[in-house]
Design a binder for this molecule. Structure first.
Ligand code: PMP
Length: 425
């Protein structure tokens, strides 16, 4: 038995499924999850002392690579001054100023502790601000596990939402409407049928929870104008894309401004941090200024702020993103060439430092239905062949991959060699 296997057995005794977040259990690929002991740069070391090249990066946050010296120093320094006060600090103001400076659509921001809290709070604010109850989300997008977001479309596009998890009352789910990503007509249909009732549209501007699906040309612009037309708040969930496509997020990349933005992952430099922010007119509805309640004992935690602010300072240095983007591009082109040579159907998507791939022969993959059409058996075999060679990809065909600043030529070569071997197998 490997040490990971032993730890997995032990963990399952007292942690449901042995993990504190389901996808970590390797349910998407089978086998035993790799238990991690330590990480540095682009690599981590497993409990069995095997080194892995990491393309998960804690599901996105580790854009600077693991153990970035500046972040580490800031965290240690902050920790020496106390771990939590539950009272305001200067660094919270500094963090808010930095976010508002980097993301022009954000006038004001509130810090929270996770992406889930960020989206849940942004939706409550949008509802409180508009006085309406319904929200529109997209099939295949994930926004955390708040009740109103664990909902799928009913049997027809215009039927009420149905819970995707026991424990979510149907009465809560009925306020959630589900449209098709990259299909503006499906959104307009819902808006027309629920004319005065839609408080907000929430969207991942680049979908990263159904693999990696960029927005089709005009899709985000179309959402912007539909929101203006129907008096709905446009929320970009940039928990994954924030500070990953550039300092101003996917909204800067595609030049479309939402009313509210949710942030997480990169913004904490690896610590548990989330945030939501946007137009002052809307944010002023939040307590204690306005009536919409939202709070958090550990929100704006000084150690987490030190990590996050240092990470944002590092990645806003000139030239930070170019090598990441070049790496990501070289990676997907390299993989496609190898798959072509072997005659294996293979498609890739990438934006900035996020990428995805599919074992299918589609020209382009633009929505959830196409993602679910990929060859899942081939993906599982491929996944384990890569893992055996020390390349750790997201253990699910529905997740994006992430490149960090610590990935360089050596890592690219290692990955492409492993890829070729895996396809040969
Ligand atoms: N929104 C998006 C786009 C996400 O990718 C995630 C997490 N994968 C969340 C929200 C939820 O964030 P958290 O897991 O920190 O609650």
């Amino acid at each position: 038995m490997t040490i990971s296997e032993q730890l997995y057995t032990r963990a399952q005794e007292h942690i449901p499924g042995g993990v504190n977040s389901p996808v970590r259990a390797f349910t998407g690929v089978g086998g035993t999850p790799v238990f991690i002991k330590s990480a540095d740069g682009a690599y981590f070391t497993s409990a069995d002392n095997k080194q892995y090249l990491d393309y998960v990066g804690s599901w996105g946050p580790m854009i600077l690579g693991h153990n970035n010296p500046a972040v580490l120093e800031a965290v240690i320094d902050a920790a020496k001054r106390g771990l939590s006060y539950g009272a305001p600090t200067e660094i919270e103001a500094e963090m808010a100023e930095k976010i508002c400076e980097l993301i022009p659509s954000i006038d004001m921001v509130r810090m929270v502790n996770s992406g889930t809290e960020a989206t849940m709070s942004a939706i409550r604010l949008a509802r409180g601000y508009t006085g309406k109850d319904k929200l529109i989300k997209f099939e295949g997008c994930y926004h955390g596990h708040a009740d109103c977001l664990l909902v799928k479309a009913g049997s027809g596009a215009l039927t009420l939402g149905e819970p995707t998890s026991p424990g979510v009352p149907a009465d809560f789910a009925k306020h959630t409407l589900t449209a098709e990503f990259n299909n503006l007509d499906s959104v307009e249909e819902l808006l027309k049928a629920n004319k005065d009732d839609v408080a907000c549209i929430i969207v991942e501007p680049i979908a990263g929870n159904m693999n990696c699906i960029p927005p089709a040309e005009g899709f985000l612009e179309g959402l912007r104008s539909l929101c203006d037309q129907y008096g709905a708040v446009l929320i970009f969930d940039e928990v994954m894309t924030g500070f990953r496509m550039g300092v101003d997020g996917a909204q800067g990349y595609y030049k479309v401004q939402p009313d509210l933005t949710t942030l997480g992952k990169v913004i904490g430099g690896g610590m548990p941090v989330g945030a939501f922010g946007g137009k002052k007119e809307i944010m002023d509805h939040l307590a204690p200024v306005g009536p919409v309640y939202q709070a958090g004992t550990l929100s704006g935690n000084p150690v987490a702020m030190a990590a996050g602010l240092t990470a944002l300072n590092e990645l806003s240095k000139p030239g930070f993103y170019e090598p990441l983007f070049a790496y990501t591009e070289a990676l997907v082109i390299g993989m496609r060439e190898i798959a072509d040579q072997k005659g294996i159907p293979f498609t890739t998507n990438h934006v900035g430092s996020m990428f995805g791939f599919f074992f299918n022969d589609a020209e382009t993959v633009t929505n959830f239905k196409q993602v679910t059409n990929g060859d899942m058996d081939r993906f599982k075999k491929f996944y384990h062949a890569m893992l055996d060679q020390g390349v750790y990809l997201s253990p699910s065909a529905f997740e994006a991959g992430f490149v960090s600043a610590a990935h360089g030529d050596k890592e690219l070569k290692l990955t492409l060699e492993a890829f070729e071997q895996a396809l040969t197998k």
